[in-house]
Design a protein around this ligand. Structure first.
Ligand code: GLN
Length: 534
């Protein structure tokens, strides 16, 4: 029988609910339980695929091709399990599915109402995650803050879920305990009010996770315990940390997983957490630093590149390096007076990540050219590969006006172009090339050395492709097509063997990197950057 843990948030957003949920899942997995994770987002978009990265941060893509909230990236990095279409549910998804059923006549003439039709649909999505994953424990995070209008039906569904599942449902509520300077004290009132708000919705939390910048101490804990009707040991402190991967260890010391298992009446086995403790030991003792330039157009919101940042860090852990990111706004490189030498003076690698639309493109091409001409390690991800192709076509092969159809519809030489099946698409949502595709790696290439295998599966999220019409010309000039998706004959990886490290891929390796298992491409890129000398 699957058990369900729900993680809600109070007081304000940004308290680390996603990290709390991920840490709980990691700790339960470390006890030998099969876990699965799910996030409910209360917005009306069907998925975040069409949302601006500057507003919403990165769109994370699952292996089965779902465009999801960036918290799912945290989940996968913490629990090292592949999530899927059942893992990210939005109000938009729920409502469209109910309306579709109504149009089909599935409700047999009933009046469709928020309760029970929408609330049933929400509960069904929770049950579906349990059934399809076959997990012992499903951890579901509810986006937003308790009391929001948007999430109120979701909260109502959780209340009903508890009624149906009784002891198989467990509630974790994260709150803030602010420290007031001047009076120099911690304040519990926001937490108290947030618990009251949750109770008004019919939910009694089982655990309170308190975010604070100092230890709570006994009297504060007693107060929260008394007002919240929560045993004192069920108040788990989430004190600010420098590194999110520290959180599971901090929770483990407070036995959060044992409290949950005890309430579920499940055996409390020995914890297999040593591997994570070793990781934290490494992370806390990195003794060298290195700067990597990340050239993008959404750099004002670092979350827009969350998985890329994490992947760089993971590779850094392996090479015993702390990674400092040199955030470069690609548009700024387009200005006439921009001194590239100055911008990249301390950077030992240049990374051009994914992106959409025309803004900042020429700046990225300049950065790529700078990397190629100066033999600085270059890693191009998705758009970063398309940029590398355009740069090579223009500046090495002298193909006039080479560009992507995305940025210049009438360009003479679209070295990156739309595939036939993409030309008739009218719907923007969910119609990119998404999720896992196989790639066959060419023998005797740097890529084959890096991956040490000839077949890989990587996750995609893009509409435009390398235009095979130009393959021969680029190859003649020294570009190597190191990875191909054979069924479609689409280019997946390119490299420039004349340079010490110049690799770019059409997919997003950043979605598959794990803190204790960096992705091979990031690993090799950071390895090359470490060796790079000006
Ligand atoms: N805009 C490009 C495309 O649609 C690249 C997308 C990306 O980098 N994710 O093909």
């Amino acid at each position: 029988m699957t058990k369900y843990v729900f993680v809600t948030g109070g007081v304000c957003s940004g308290l680390g609910k996603g990290i709390t949920a991920s840490s709980i899942a990691l700790l339960l997995k470390a006890k030998g339980y099969k876990v699965f994770m799910q996030k409910f987002d209360p917005y009306m978009n069907v998925d975040p695929g069409t949302m601006s990265p500057i507003q919403h941060g990165e769109v994370f893509v699952t292996a089965d091709g779902c465009e999801t909230d960036l918290d799912l990236g945290h989940y996968e990095r913490f629990i090292d399990e592949e999530l899927n279409y059942t893992s990210n549910i939005t109000n938009g998804k729920i409502y469209s599915s109910v309306i579709e059923k109504e149009r089909r006549g599935d409700y047999l003439g009933a009046t469709i109402q928020i309760v029970p039709h929408i609330s049933n649909e929400i509960k069904n999505k929770i049950y579906e995650a349990g059934h399809t994953s076959n997990a012992d424990i499903v951890i579901t995070e509810i986006g937003g803050t308790v009391g929001d209008i948007e999430s109120s039906v979701m909260m109502e569904s959780l209340r009903q879920f508890k009624m149906e599942q009784k002891n198989n449902a467990f509630f974790v509520h994260t709150t803030l305990v602010p420290y007031l300077f001047g009076s120099n004290e911690l304040k519990t009132k926001p937490t108290q009010n947030s618990i009251i708000e949750l109770r008004r919705l019919g939910i009694q939390p089982d655990i309170i996770v308190t975010r604070s910048n100092v230890e709570l101490g006994d009297s504060i804990k007693n107060k929260i315990s008394l007002f919240g009707s929560i045993p004192k040991e069920n108040i788990i402190e989430a004190i600010d940390v420098n590194n999110i991967y520290q959180i599971p260890i901090n929770f483990h010391k407070q036995h959060i997983e044992d409290i949950i298992l005890r309430q579920f009446d499940l055996p409390i086995r020995r914890s297999n957490i040593k591997y994570w403790e070793d990781l934290i030991e490494t992370v806390n003792n990195l003794n060298e630093e290195i700067e990597i330039a990340l050239v993008g157009k959404y750099v004002e919101l670092h979350d827009a590149y969350l998985s890329v940042m994490e992947s760089l860090k993971h590779a850094g852990y392996k090479h015993n390096l702390k990674i400092n990111i040199n955030w470069v706004d690609s548009e700024s490189l387009e200005k006439n007076n921009c001194n590239l030498k100055e911008v990249f003076k301390n950077s030992k690698g240049i990374l051009v990540p994914g992106g959409f639309g025309q803004r900042g493109i020429e700046g990225k091409i300049k950065a790529c050219e700078y990397a190629r001409v100066n033999n600085i390690p270059y890693l191009g991800l998705c758009l970063g590969m398309q940029i590398a192709v355009i740069e090579f076509a223009r500046n090495v092969c002298h193909i006039e006006d080479a560009s992507s159809r995305e940025f210049n519809e009438t360009c003479k030489n679209p070295v990156i172009d739309l595939m036939a099946e993409q030309k008739t698409i009218i719907n923007m949502g969910g119609t990119l090339r998404l999720g896992n595709y196989e790639c066959t790696i060419k023998k005797n290439t740097l890529t084959s050395k890096i991956y040490n295998t000839d077949k890989i599966l990587e996750r995609h999220r893009h509409r435009y492709e390398f235009n095979n019409k130009y393959k021969e010309e680029l190859e003649k000039n020294g570009l190597v097509f190191a990875g191909i998706n054979e069924p479609s004959n689409l280019v997946e990886i390119i490299e420039n063997p004349k340079l010490s490290f110049f690799v770019a891929c059409q997919f997003h390796p950043e979605f598959k990197s794990r803190p204790n298992r960096p992705h091979p491409l990031f690993d090799a890129f950071i390895g090359a950057a470490k060796k790079y000398k000006k």
